[in-house]
Design a protein around this ligand. Structure first.
Ligand SMILES: Nc1ncnc2c1ncn2[C@@H]1O[C@H](COP(=O)(O)OP(=O)(O)OP(=O)(O)O)[C@@H](O)[C@H]1O
Ligand SMILES: CC(C)(CO)[C@@H](O)C(=O)[O-]
Length: 282
């Protein structure tokens, strides 16, 4: 089956965040910081019509369906990923953004990148599955979101960083349940973390502020045992919001005996990938 366009979108783990509710999805989002990861999703839009599939199986991801509707895209969308859904890697946002980028390319429908990022952001917010992942995934690196909302409204910066992190993931957590509930405490903790990071914009400060945020926001308990193990082993660890996933930048997870994956930090954000002419693809 012929592939018309393909996009790669990095996974994104949020270290800390606030919830900013605006009058509409464009103005709604979060402030905060997180890491874009070289493990992500590849979205291939085919010539033929068909559903969205994940590793070959049909899947319902509301944010991506909404992007398809907005673009008028009925072509098959084949998603491949080595990341789990619902575990804090922003997979739904990544699929929505990949569908927007590859979908517009497949339809030969020229739109500026910021509009496509905005389309995916609004869809992700409306679905309740994320607030800041899409704009971060579009940026890459250690992403700092200083004003919430789609690209024409929000503000995004990044702290230069290279290298890799260890990842340990053991379960899911519902983003919609947490961001749809009472968020004053977590947003206050997110504000403090952001002020700390902006005052001293270094990766080490990101990890320290994120670790404190997890505790202050009451969001670290599902993996408190893992964090404690890593710290006993002399390492650094943070919770990937919002999942049962822990990230360590300094080998702390493997030092504590966990079976981990090492993942590079993605430097550049989501992008189209070349599709060789007349060849079958993913
Ligand atoms: N088997 C599945 N497990 C989890 N989610 C699924 C599954 N199948 C479909 N989905 C859909 O995928 C989306 C998952 O969104 P969710 O926000 O929970 O996770 P995520 O985007 O991977 O990452 P994060 O935890 O960072 O928000 C939802 O739209 C959900 O309905
Ligand atoms: C809400 C969130 C933590 C879910 O992954 C993320 O979208 C963010 O940082 O806004």
């Amino acid at each position: 089956m012929t592939v018309r366009a393909r996009a790669f979108v990095p996974g994104h783990v949020t270290g800390f965040f606030t919830v900013e509710r605006g009058p509409d999805p464009a103005h709604t989002g979060s402030r905060g910081a997180g890491l874009a990861l070289a493990s992500g999703v590849t979205v291939a839009v085919r010539e033929a019509s068909g559903p969205i599939t994940l590793d070959g199986e049909p899947i319902d991801i509301a944010a991506a369906e909404q992007v398809r509707q907005a673009l008028g895209l009925d072509r098959a969308v084949a998603v491949a990923t080595d990341l789990p859904l619902g575990a804090g890697f922003g997979v739904s946002g990544a699929v929505a953004l990949g569908t927007a980028l590859a979908g517009a390319a497949a339809l030969d429908c020229p739109r500026p990148r910021s509009e496509l990022v905005g389309l995916a952001h609004r869809a992700e917010v409306a679905a309740g599955t994320g607030l800041g992942d899409v704009v971060a995934q579009a940026t890459g690196g250690l992403v700092v979101r200083t004003a919430a909302g789609e690209p024409s409204i929000g503000r995004v910066d990044a702290i230069p960083v290279a290298g890799s992190v260890e990842v340990f993931s053991r379960g899911e957590r519902s983003t919609a349940d947490i961001v749809g509930g009472e968020t004053d405490r977590l947003s206050a903790a997110g504000e403090r973390a952001l002020a700390t990071l902006l005052d001293d914009p270094r990766p080490a400060t990101f990890y320290r502020a994120s670790r404190r945020f997890g505790t202050a926001a009451g969001l670290d308990h599902p993996v408190a045992d893992v964090l404690a193990d890593v710290e006993r082993a002399g390492g650094t660890a943070i919770v990937a919001m919002l999942g049962e996933t822990v990230i360590s930048p300094d080998g702390g997870l493997s030092a504590a005996g966990y079976d981990v994956r090492r993942v590079q930090i993605d430097p550049a954000g989501a992008a189209l990938r070349e599709v060789p002419d007349d060849r079958d693809g993913a």
